[in-house]
Design a protein around this ligand. Structure first.
Ligand code: DQA
Length: 142
């Protein structure tokens, strides 16, 4: 099984950015964690991170016929991007949305997610473990 893992803007700053919210582990720690969890589940993962909305749209479009599912943390674009929602709707791959923090317990503008209008499952507030839970869900449901 092949899964595309997409991380959106500012997630490359993990470890530096708002440690009280996101913790002190770095983005490369996160990538290592995802690879190791995918390996345990016998999932082949490709990891992609970008700070640019259009690049994220391009990557989602390229996933068509290449992957069995998508695990995406759209970061700030979660709350703003109709383009990312439309790309996910276009490729129609099973999709899990993941957030490190609990987006429902933060500023009110984080409570709405465009991506949730397509994603079959949304996981939030579980830190790195949310990515493992998302991969497990894809393994069991695709
Ligand atoms: C985030 C939550 C978003 O609201 C925020 O803009 C992020 C990260 C999370 O993983 O908790 O950049 O997606």
């Amino acid at each position: 099984m092949r899964v595309l893992v997409i991380n959106g803007p500012n997630l490359n700053m993990l470890g530096i950015r708002e440690p009280a919210v996101y913790g002190r582990r770095t983005f490369s720690d996160l990538e290592e964690y995802i690879r190791s969890e995918a390996n345990k589940l016998n999932i082949e993962v490709s990891l992609y991170q970008s700070n640019h909305e259009g690049d994220l749209v391009d990557k989602i479009q390229e996933a068509l016929n290449q992957y069995d599912g998508i695990l995406i943390n759209p970061a700030a674009y979660t709350h703003t991007s109709v383009a990312i929602l439309d790309a996910l709707k276009a490729v129609q791959l099973p999709t899990v949305e993941v957030h490190l923090s609990d987006i429902n317990e933060r500023e009110p503008f984080r409570r709405f997610s465009y991506v949730s209008l397509y994603a079959q499952k949304t996981i939030y507030g579980k830190g790195f473990e949310g990515y493992a839970e998302g991969l497990t869900w894809l393994k069991e449901n695709c």
